[in-house]
Design a protein around this ligand. Structure first.
Ligand code: ATP
Length: 199
């Protein structure tokens, strides 16, 4: 699996629709300071569900929407689509290409799509779990992240290894099941109280 294409529109400095095609292997993005190189990695983080404004180098989430310039008026929404080549079925769905889209309006509301079908952020997070691409994955190593990893407490490092080993998905499902179990146990307790009252 590899990142095949990125389509950016109204996101940060990218006011017009911009398509970036990547090839298998190493790709480099070069350009003068302030030309938008980091905005491209921000777009990748954002489309896969980044909710932290700090991680996206802003003060509020609206900062990701093109703010306007001398020649162009501000955009009403930001939209990013990431296309993954899934020919090798790294992601267990029967598609050779998977597109993930996020659109956000100035109201702060975000819409998510997988292959142009609207979905929940949860669907994207679960689909990318254990692929290394997820928000907490190790495929995007930002400036300073290597230091973070090396200085990280053992718990933080463990999260990275668990993602690489492919067990994040199961830990996530276990936590969800435990929550449901706890809910059911509470219900049983409440029912027992009611039964005792009736008797
Ligand atoms: P460097 O090499 O210095 O790290 P860079 O190429 O990585 O630079 P970025 O940080 O990606 O550059 O881009 C910064 C530019 O993006 C700035 O000119 C900034 O004004 C612009 N920018 C950021 N957010 C917005 C926005 N919401 N609307 C318009 N422009 C924006």
């Amino acid at each position: 699996m590899y990142l095949k294409e990125l389509e950016i529109m109204g996101f940060k400095s990218f006011s017009d629709k911009t398509n970036i095609n990547f090839t298998k292997g190493i790709n480099a993005i070069v350009g003068p300071n302030g030309s938008g190189k980091s905005n491209i990695t921000d777009a990748i983080r954002w489309v896969i569900g980044e909710q932290s404004v700090k991680a996206l180098r802003g003060n509020k989430m609206e900062d990701v929407i093109f703010a306007g310039s001398d020649k162009k008026k501000a955009s009403g929404f930001a939209e990013v689509t990431l296309v993954l080549d899934n020919y090798d079925r790294t992601i267990d769905v029967d598609f050779n290409e998977i597109s993930i889209t996020r659109r956000m309006y100035r109201s702060g509301e975000s819409e998510y799509y997988i292959n142009k079908t609207q979905c929940r952020l949860k669907d994207i997070v679960e689909m990318l779990m254990d692929t290394g691409i997820g928000k907490e994955g190790y495929s995007i190593i930002g400036q300073g992240r290597i230091d973070d990893i090396l200085n990280n407490k053992s718990d933080g490092r463990r999260i990275i290894f668990e993602e690489a080993a492919g067990i994040t998905k199961y830990k996530h499902r276990k936590a969800e099941s435990e929550k449901k179990l706890e809910h059911t146990e509470n219900n049983i307790e409440r029912l027992e109280d009611i039964i005792n009252e009736i008797n």
